[in-house]
Structures are given as C-alpha cells and as structure tokens.
Design a binder for this molecule. Structure first.
Ligand code: ASP
Ligand code: MG
Length: 412
C-alpha cells in the first residue's frame, strides 16, 4: 500500500468538531487506498499554556521536565484522533513519540530526530491497521527521557515520518491555504503559489514566512519529500494548497518567487576597529557566546589600518550584543572608537531560483526601492536571494513596490 503522511496543526485540531473534520479528510485518503500516518499538533494555544505553567512554576526550569510537560498536548490530540477514526470504523491507534520510537538527540526543548525505525508501525499496517496517529513534536533521548523538537516541531515530525516510510507525499494541513508570493496582509495582490522549490521555501521560511518550521523544509529538501501545504478549512480538491518540491518538478517559474520580510531588526556598527587577522573572530565569537543571532555582516575599510564592521541582529538582542562588545573592549580583545546602533530597521528580501540564470535582478530591485524614495542601508546577496535593510517605517511600502516591480501577481 502507498503511504501518505497527513499533519494537522493546532488550529486544525483545536476542538472536537475540528478533530472530526480532520478525521473525515483522513477517511478520504484511506478510501483512496493509502495507509495513512497522521501527525498531530496540540490543540491551538495548549502548548503556550503548558510553557506558561512551566515558567510560573520554575523560571530556571529543568529542560527534561519542560519537555515532559510541554509534549503532553500532543498526547491528547493523538488519542482523540484515533478514537474519532475508530468511531468511523477505521482501524486506527495512537502512538506517542517514545512508542514508535522517534529517537532524538538529548538537546532538550530543541532536539533533533536521529532515527525513526519503521518496523513497529509497519507491523501494525500488516495486521490491517489503516491509520497510525502519531503525536508530533516529541521523541525520546538516548537516556530514555522525553524530548521535544522546538516550537513548530510537529512539521518536522511529519517530514521525518514521510522520509522514514517513503511516503508518496506529506500533506501539512494548516489554517492558511498555501504559500503566498508575500504576506497577503501587506498587499492584496499577493498570490497563492501552486508550486515552490525547496530552496525557495527554505529562504522564505527562515525569513519569517511562518507556515513551516524551517527545519522541516531542510529535511524535506535533503530527503526529497514532496510537501503540500493546504488548509483544513477548505473543501478537498486536487489542486488545493502549494506543493513544495524539487525544482525539477517546476516547469515555469518567475525569476522571483516571493518577497519576504523581517520587521524587527537592528543594525549595529563598530566604528574604527583595528584591522588585523582574527578581528572578525574576536567580534563574532563573543556575540555568538552571548546568544546573539547575527544575520547580515558587512566589513568596510575606514582608514589605513582601521575597519568598520556592521552587522544586523533581532532588535530584542541589541542590549546583549552591546554588552558583549563593551565587555570585549574592556578585556582588551577588541578596540573600537564607537558602537552605533540603529534599532529601527527591517529586512526585505526577494527570493527566487530564477536569479541563478537571470542578470539584473538586483538592479531592478534597487530601482524599485529608489522610485519610492526608500534608502538602502545594507545589502547582502546569495545565489537565490537579495536582502536589504531599510527604515522600518517603509517596510510595507517596500514589499508592495517589489511585489509590483517583479509582477508577482501574475503566474509565470
Ligand atoms: N505544539 C507544538 C508547538 O506549538 C508543536 C507544533 O505544533 O508544531 O510549538
Ligand atoms: Mg506550526
């Protein structure tokens, strides 16, 4: 029997009615001839509530107990989904992560899946079970303790099961009907994409298009798991949602697939640092130790023997970054004249695999921003992405202008 993985996010299992709706979808796929592995999230809001209880009880909590508590929301929805399916006369049972077992590292609250042996579940399929309902987000460490995979981790559970069982596809049911060219709240011209390449989705996911956990896309790309993102609130149809797939499956695509943004960024510049071998390591080592997520980096020569170093990070990490730099200065590891912080910037990016074969994308982007009078503060590029930092107050305008400039409202 071909296998299908179906993952239902928190809003799709938010109450008993929604679980019943989701179960009907599962029944359709069983009728289509699939053995189905259903991965469920906790009911929406549940995980946040559990995290809140942990914080209230023990601010400096033991991460193993955090995982034991926070993983429990998924146990409830897995059991309820299995019961609902049984009520529909579909042979189904639930599995908690450790029962499969989903073997992970021991990095509590942010564990990685290492292995999912398929034999237990396959044996049950062999005995006539049609649906295995698995609690997402959780696993078991080599020490035998419960682990969780980081917030949003049940997407990653779903992709990992699809890879481990050689599933035909992994359908991710959520409350949006697919992946858009940009955030529809910023421009009504945003268009749902029928298909998007793994690499593009990876850039969009990590740039803040919050449909999929970034790690799930990495995993899908590595194992070539075809992912479909679709809404559980719409009527079933073959063309529903967005297929995230290998670029070879995409015949026609626009040069730019989408415009992404990240609103709360900050730009920090160390002015006039002594220019010597090891200086970058001396700056970014302490930043990383302080837990600062540095994104863009620009180094510029200022005067003979001196250099300016600019980097960006999330705005809520500015104080930590500044302290790390002042401490490094005090201890004599680096020396700089000034540290200038601009905490009012946003990042806007255009992403598309078509950039590899098309020249002039950057020029086109910069002209569109110039036409709106928007000043660019930092630019970085990769093979399939161009990002700029601009004043936060122009972010929406920039997204709209770029969406228009690359005609993303039109399909390729
Ligand atoms: N329930 C977990 C969370 O809210 C995992 C998930 O839903 O993906 O992060
Ligand atoms: Mg999610």
């Amino acid at each position: 029997m071909p296998t299908l993985v179906m993952k239902f996010g928190g809003t799709s299992v938010a109450n008993l009615d929604r679980i019943a709706r989701a179960a009907k979808r599962v029944a359709l796929e069983v009728a289509n001839g699939y053995d189905v592995i259903v991965i469920v999230s906790a009911m929406s809001g549940k995980t946040n509530e559990l995290v809140g209880w942990v914080d209230e009880t023990s601010p400096l909590y033991d991460a193993r107990e955090y995982d034991a508590i926070v993983s429990s929301g998924e146990n409830v929805t897995a059991g309820l989904m299995a019961l609902r399916l049984q009520e529909m006369d579909i042979p189904a049972r639930s599995w908690q992560g450790w029962q499969v077992p989903v073997k992970t590292t021991s990095a509590h609250s942010n564990a990685r899946i290492e292995e999912i042996p398929a034999d237990n579940i396959n044996a049950k399929f062999g005995e006539g079970m049609k649906v295995a309902v698995v609690a997402g987000f959780q696993g078991i460490s080599p020490e035998g303790r419960i682990t969780t995979l980081g917030r949003g981790g049940s997407d990653t559970t779903a992709v990992a099961f699809a890879a481990a069982f050689g599933a035909e596809r992994c359908d991710i049911y959520t409350d949006v009907d697919g992946v858009y060219t940009t955030d529809p709240r910023i421009t009504s011209k945003a268009r749902k994409l029928d298909k998007i390449a793994f690499e593009e989705m990876l850039e969009l996911a990590s740039l803040g298009a919050k449909v999929l956990q970034t790690r799930s896309v990495e995993l899908a790309m590595r194992y070539k798991v075809r992912l479909r993102v679709l809404s559980s609130f719409e009527e079933p149809s073959d063309s529903a949602g967005t297929l995230v797939c290998d670029e070879e499956e995409i015949m026609e695509s626009n040069v730019v697939a989408g415009v992404a943004y990240s609103r709360d960024e900050a730009k920090m510049t160390l002015i006039s640092v002594a220019d010597r071998p090891g200086i970058a390591a001396a700056i970014f080592g302490p930043l990383s130790e302080a837990g600062v997520n540095v994104d863009m980096i620009v180094q510029n020569i200022s005067e003979e023997g001196r250099t300016d170093m600019t980097f960006s990070c999330p705005v809520d990490q500015v104080l930590r970054a500044a302290k790390a730099m002042e401490d490094a200065k005090t201890s004599g590891d680096i020396n700089f004249h000034d540290l200038v912080t601009d905490d009012g910037v946003a990042k806007v990016s255009v992403v598309g695999i078509g950039m590899r074969s098309h020249a002039g994308v950057a020029a086109h982007m910069f002209k569109a921003l110039h036409d709106e009078g928007i000043n660019i503060k930092v630019i970085t590029t990769s093979e399939i992405k161009i990002s700029v930092l601009i004043d936060r107050k122009y972010m929406e305008l920039a997204v709209q202008a770029l969406h228009d400039a690359f005609e993303l409202e039109k399909a390729a």
